[in-house]
Design a protein around this ligand. Structure first.
Ligand code: MG
Ligand code: ZN
Length: 357
């Protein structure tokens, strides 16, 4: 009898090994990378508390910790960390898509595009702002927004949605990039309602002249709607897609040391995570990676209440901090993201997941 039980256990564990091996060999067709700018573990925990102990991010079973320092600073900025994630190269603070010598490196978005995949960027900041820019532009200066806007025209990105219309229209060189986008078959939309009405083709969604406002000042559910629209459009491509979605203003709330702003933006980000994971769950071929480029504010939780959702926050800095940030992964290839590693390895792991390497 003992022997039989032993054999049964052996047979069962072998079959679960085989299942696991099957799962691990499965590669994703699509990658959705979600970056909460400045979103440290405490920001996520504040959202968890505000949502009364119910967080979409918690649906991810594979979790890692990411080191964020830049090539020249213990504390990174969003340019250098965005570049590390997008291109696999550590660079100086302030740089976008270039290494410490100013040499351009291809981003995961550009590589995906070369392999025939559809690509997209969504942000709740200028679409030319550091984080989205790191995936499409190459410039030693993250604040060179007009040239970063020009870089959008050097790619074949299918969908981009955010603010920063003025960097395309009201320029010191008097160029009107809207005309150039039209010639390249982009449907240009300036508001959410027009965006909702498009169901195929390329989209340039320049929804705000400058930055989108904070959620509490009228941005409504732009992040969720723009993200779902981008997924709908990109998912038409048989070769799959790469999409980066940024919750940009979690960082700004950290800089402002404003707990309410921080929670609103992180809760909204998590709500969008829920919709993205719903898509990934149904789709079955999508790897979702949720992480941050760095922590902002040295945010801590002094007290809270899961029943009322109340959070008492505290801050130790008006700037970014050097602590590792969590990464949460879901779907085929997610198991590669456990452990402690450099932000540049996110790029390596994405390449590997797409079998580009
Ligand atoms: Mg950002
Ligand atoms: Zn910041």
């Amino acid at each position: 009898m003992k022997k039989l039980i032993y054999l049964l256990i052996l047979a069962f564990s072998l079959s679960s090994c085989v299942q696991q091996a099957d799962y691990q060999q499965k590669k994703p067709k699509n990658i959705i990378l979600m970056i909460g700018d400045g979103m440290g573990l405490t920001h996520v925990h504040a959202a968890l508390t505000a949502k009364k102990n119910n967080l979409n991010i918690a649906r991810c079973r594979y979790i890692g910790l990411v080191k964020t320092h830049s090539s020249d600073n213990y504390i990174t900025d969003s340019g250098a960390s965005g570049t590390a994630i997008a291109t696999g190269v550590k660079t100086k603070n302030g740089a976008i898509g270039v290494d410490t010598s100013g040499v351009a490196h291809q981003s995961i978005l550009e590589i995906a595009e070369e392999h025939g995949k559809a690509t997209g960027l969504v942000a709740t900041a200028f679409i030319t702002h550091a984080t989205p820019a790191a995936f499409i532009a190459h410039n030693p200066d993250r604040h060179d927004y007009e040239n970063i806007a020009l870089d959008f025209l050097k790619t074949d990105i299918d969908v981009f949605i955010g603010g920063g219309k003025n960097h395309f229209m009201v320029r010191s060189d008097s160029l009107n990039l809207i005309d150039s986008l039209s010639i390249r078959n982009y449907q240009i939309v300036y508001d959410l309602i027009s965006l909702e009405n498009i169901n195929s083709g390329k989209i340039a969604g320049l929804l705000y002249e400058e930055h989108p406002p904070p959620l509490s000042q009228g941005r409504a559910d732009m992040l969720e709607k723009a993200s779902l629209k981008a997924i709908e459009i990109l998912n038409h491509d048989e070769d799959g897609f790469f999409l980066m979605i940024e919750g940009s203003q979690i960082d700004w709330a950290g800089h402002d040391n404003d707990t309410d702003y921080l929670i609103e933006e992180t809760v909204e980000f998590d709500n969008t995570v829920g919709k993205v994971l719903d898509f990934a769950e149904k789709n079955g071929e999508t790897l979702v990676i949720i992480t941050a480029d760095h922590e902002t504010g040295g945010f801590s939780i002094i007290d809270g209440n899961y029943e009322t959702g109340e959070v008492i926050g505290g801050f130790s800095s008006p700037n970014h901090t050097g602590i590792m940030v969590p990464l949460y992964a879901y779907g085929p290839g997610a198991e590669e993201f456990i452990g402690i590693y450099e932000n540049t390895e996110i790029f390596d792991k994405m390449l590997k997941a797409f079998k580009f390497k």
